[in-house]
Design a protein around this ligand. Structure first.
Ligand code: KGT
Length: 271
């Protein structure tokens, strides 16, 4: 593993696939121009609209988004994390909320289907029933071991509240934990940064969290603050609340130092 720059993109995705993919490409290009070799896009980067619209367009969203990720990775010669985005499954009109890791040759390196679905009623009046349209993934994510970029583990958004998933990834040798998200403004203000720092600290891994920000449609507002956190829990970059990119260095020396100073992974008893 070498030292390199990683980027967490922050977007305001809309119920408009082509517009979103164009915005994503601009932000990937911006990150690459600043030297990023590993660029990540938030949950719902390709489409953020009502569940009805999402299901109607799921086939097109899946095909175009996968092609977009592979083409963009090749065009900019970078490794990309994208997702989740809907991929149709079965006959019930449901989708997997899928995250993909794609290498610079456009090859798929890893795929993860979101396992924890956001079925929550918030005190601000918003009701979320992700399971109405999404089928829960049943497989723990793999770690992709890149000689250059280290061990890379995927997750999606609400997963961040389930530490056992990240423990699984760190046990498999993850160095970088991805949490692409569309966190609600309401929960985000109190929970987002704390949860990400906890996942980074307890696993002595980098946490990279691309995010949605702003108002997408109707009452849907997201928290923003795409960020990169180091294995000691220090926030290295924070995108604030406007579209843009958070960029920071991922360093094997910093990983080694944090793990030497706090060898908690070696002291695990139960998991
Ligand atoms: O809002 C939308 O329409 C888009 N959001 C999403 O698609 C997903 C599933 S509903 N959001 C989350 O998982 C938020 C989790 C979260 O915010 C928390 O854990 O607090």
């Amino acid at each position: 593993m070498k030292s390199y720059l990683a980027a967490a993109v922050q977007m305001t995705s809309l119920p408009d696939l082509d517009k979103n993919l164009a915005q994503a490409e601009e932000l990937i290009e911006l990150a690459v121009r600043r030297g990023a070799e590993l660029v990540s896009l938030p949950e719902n980067f390709a489409f953020l609209g009502t569940e009805e619209e999402k299901i109607e367009q799921a086939g097109t969203i899946a095909t175009k988004t996968e092609k977009f990720l592979k083409t963009a990775a090749q065009k900019f010669q970078v490794t990309l994390v994208g997702g989740g985005f809907p991929v149709p499954v079965g006959k019930e009109g449901k989708v997997y909320n899928t995250a993909l890791l794609v290498g610079p040759s456009g090859e798929e390196l890893s795929r993860y289907e979101k396992a924890h679905l956001f079925d929550v009623d918030l005190p601000d009046g918003n009701t979320y029933r992700e399971s109405r349209t999404v089928m829960a993934g049943v497989k723990l994510p793999d770690v992709y071991h890149s000689e250059q970029l280290g061990g890379i583990g995927l997750s999606v958004c609400y997963d961040v509240r389930f530490p056992e998933l990240y423990r699984h990834l760190s046990k498999l040798g993850a160095d970088v934990l991805f949490v692409p998200a569309a966190f609600t403004a309401y929960t985000g203000k109190d929970h987002w940064q704390v949860l990400l720092q906890a996942r980074a600290i307890e696993n002595t891994c980098y946490a990279i969290a691309p995010a949605q920000t702003g108002t997408h449609y109707a009452m849907r507002q997201t928290h923003g603050h795409a960020m990169i956190i180091d294995p000691w829990g220090v926030i290295l970059a924070d995108a604030g609340d406007l579209p843009g990119v958070a960029i920071a260095e991922i360093s094997p020396q910093r990983l080694a130092r944090a793990r030497a100073q706090m060898p908690s992974l070696q002291h695990r008893v139960f998991a």
